[in-house]
Ligand binder design. Structure first.
Ligand SMILES: Cc1cc2nc3c(=O)[nH]c(=O)nc-3n(C[C@H](O)[C@H](O)[C@H](O)COP(=O)(O)OP(=O)(O)OC[C@H]3O[C@@H](n4cnc5c(N)ncnc54)[C@H](O)[C@@H]3O)c2cc1C
Length: 587
């Protein structure tokens, strides 16, 4: 969903040629990512209230297509605002020094990171070991215990970058005397933009090839002295440790949903680029006619299916926002936190699986050209792959949620139409799993639960997500062609279940449903592509002959010296290399 701010940014010098970044040095690209993150934060001008309450404007900004142009910038700004700034803002009401810090964060004058994961604990965050000890003078001592890698912080970029001072919200155990007071958030200075803070050590990990550089790091703390004000919250907590932990990391549940929203414009970008390329690319068909490759059903299907999935995800994303309003310490109780985390897991799982299936198929439809990051799609695939793990690993989110739903600890919103195909599917999978649970005596910590039920968790959560997305599409008044296509293609993904359960007559019925829905949606392709407003964010040279030609002309050429026509070459041996500067100057 494009916003005026995003549309404006896409036309600025900073973003206009983002697709050509890949030819620049990585350090420079890292600086660019910080500049773009700052530009996005500055353009949206969110207030603390908007971020804390997940206002519609803040929520929707996560599916703005501007987030597609530099995945590193998107990672930086979303962590900065949604995780770090929001965690501080929760405590800022009566603390002027935090209000001043928040003011700087809202302007991106200071860059903020969010640090939970330890190398040795990964997803097992409840058992992290980093400690903050209250000293007798009232100050705090932050330390990475057990020298060695295991308790170092894993992934958040803590290096000096972008010329901005950087702080981290570090989750660590608060130790007072001999007592562990649970995992709490602390504000920790990481660097001043040039040099690391004393006691903070950052080991720079290799750049993740095929993605834009973020500066992922492994970080350790060696008795870093912090003022008492570094602690966010009170020294003594009355909450049980698990509840305290959930309250400390409450923004992560929101992040699981919001970072996955980038799949919505991404699916649209893929559909647009593939549709545009497939219209201009001509081949000879079996009748000897020259036809565009979009005339083949095998190209039409992934394009319209991705558009239907994007519409479904957008409707679902908007619909669940109301659950994300409160904050711990106010009216938000554990039940509400659990439902919120459940819906975030449902959305993330559905979004990632739709995106994964469609992105690979659509990139394939670009042939060899699809393999180049300059054509936008393959780089996004790598970046969104990272999002599958960050802020809630999809498999583990599904395992946890499926287990809690089966045990009846809480439930997701029930179907509006329990007799729809997708609601029957969800109900059937849930019932089957409950039968298994009963057969093992309800023992959810047993080996049988591990063997028989965990592998079905993803299927259950996907079935919930697809049903909810389908209902949200209907409520939002999405084009009926897209609703029908979403329903038919979801059924076809688990056709065996529908046939076995006699919910459909047979394979033929599903194929007819899907074929009719694809035909209807494809007949509206122009309208659908116009409506998604993705064109200003398309920088891939593959979409037009001219852009493709310009890009090819910017590539170095090797020729024998005797074949040179233009005098400005740098000769060497029998070959000569065209000066890159000369070629690029022509663009
Ligand atoms: C792009 C990116 C950015 C990140 N940014 C940050 C950041 O800013 N701050 C931060 O603190 N962290 C960050 N992380 C770290 C992230 O939170 C961890 O990678 C994540 O928690 C998983 O931990 P791990 O990689 O050690 O995987 P592991 O814990 O080793 O898990 C690997 C796999 O094991 C399986 N597994 C693990 N536990 C279970 C279980 N209980 N049940 C079943 N299967 C299980 C799952 O299949 C899982 O995918 C980032 C990660 C990525 C990829």
């Amino acid at each position: 969903m494009a916003t005026p701010q995003g549309q404006h940014l896409a036309c600025t010098h900073l973003f206009l040629r983002a697709v050509r970044d890949w030819e620049l040095g990585k350090e420079y690209r890292l600086t660019l990512a910080h500049q773009r993150a700052k530009a996005i934060v500055s353009a949206f001008e969110f207030t603390l209230d908007e971020i804390l309450s997940c206002s519609e404007r803040f929520w929707d900004s996560n599916m703005d297509p501007i987030n597609l142009l530099d995945g590193a910038a998107t990672t930086l700004w979303t962590i900065h605002l949604n995780l770090a700034t929001a965690t501080i803002a929760q405590f800022a009401k009566d603390r002027p020094e935090l209000q001043e810090l928040c003011r700087k964060l809202l302007l991106f004058e200071v860059s903020a990171q969010y640090m939970v994961t330890e190398v040795g604990h990964g997803l097992d965050t409840q058992n992290i070991e980093t400690r903050v000890t209250l000293l007798s003078n009232g100050s705090l001592d932050l330390h990475t215990p057990n020298p060695g890698l295991q308790t170092c912080r894993f992934m958040p970029p803590t290096l000096p970058a972008g010329g901005l001072p950087r702080i981290g919200i570090v989750m660590a155990r608060l130790i007072i005397g001999d007592t562990d007071h649970g995992i709490r958030p602390f504000i920790v200075p990481l660097n001043d933009g040039l040099e690391m803070h004393p006691g903070v050590s950052c080991r720079l990990m290799p750049w993740r090839e095929g993605t834009r550089p973020v500066g992922h790091s492994i970080t350790s703390f060696n008795h870093v002295n912090l003022p008492p004000t570094a602690l966010l919250g009170s020294l003594r907590s009355i909450l049980p440790s698990r509840v305290q932990f959930l309250h400390s990391i409450w923004r992560l549940g929101i992040g699981s949903a919001t970072i996955s929203a980038v799949t919505i414009p991404a699916l649209r970008l893929y559909a647009y680029i593939v549709a545009t390329y497939s219209r201009r690319r001509k081949v000879t068909n079996t009748r000897g006619e020259t036809v565009p490759i979009i005339s083949f059903r095998t190209t039409q299907i992934p394009i319209v299916r991705a558009l239907a999935q994007a519409a479904a995800l957008e409707a679902l994303f908007k619909e669940i926002r109301v659950y994300f309003g409160g904050q711990p310490g106010t009216a938000l109780e554990l039940d509400a936190l659990q439902i919120r985390n459940a819906l975030a897991a449902v959305f993330k799982t559905t979004a990632i699986y739709h995106y994964r299936g469609s992105s690979v198929e659509l990139t394939d439809r670009l042939g060899a050209q699809g393999l180049y990051v300059q054509n936008q799609l393959v780089g996004l695939e790598q970046e969104i792959r990272g999002l599958t793990i960050a802020e809630g690993d999809v498999t583990v989110l599904c395992i946890r949620l499926a287990s809690e739903l089966l045990l009846g600890r809480y439930s997701v919103p029930p179907p509006r139409n329990p007799s729809s195909f997708l609601a029957l599917h969800e109900h059937g999978i849930f019932e089957d799993m409950q039968v298994i649970l009963k057969s093992i005596g309800g023992k959810y910590r047993s080996e049988e639960f591990n063997r028989l039920l965990l592998p079905q968790s993803v299927a259950l959560i996907r079935s919930i997500g697809s049903r909810m997305a389908y209902e949200a599409m209907i409520s939002a008044g999405v084009h009926p062609e897209l609703v029908a296509l979403y329903e038919a293609s979801t059924i076809s993904q688990d056709m065996a279940w529908y046939i076995e359960g006699k919910v459909v007559v047979g394979k033929k019925q599903v194929m007819q449903m899907e074929e009719a829905a694809i035909g209807e949606a494809y007949s509206k392709l122009d309208v659908l592509l116009n409506e998604i407003g993705i064109e200003p964010y398309v920088q891939a040279p593959i979409v037009s002959e001219d852009k493709w030609k310009n890009w090819v002309e910017s590539m170095p050429v090797l020729r024998n010296k005797s074949d040179m026509e233009i005098p400005k070459y740098q000769g060497s041996g029998n070959h000569a290399i065209v000066s890159l500067e000369d070629q690029r100057a022509k663009l």
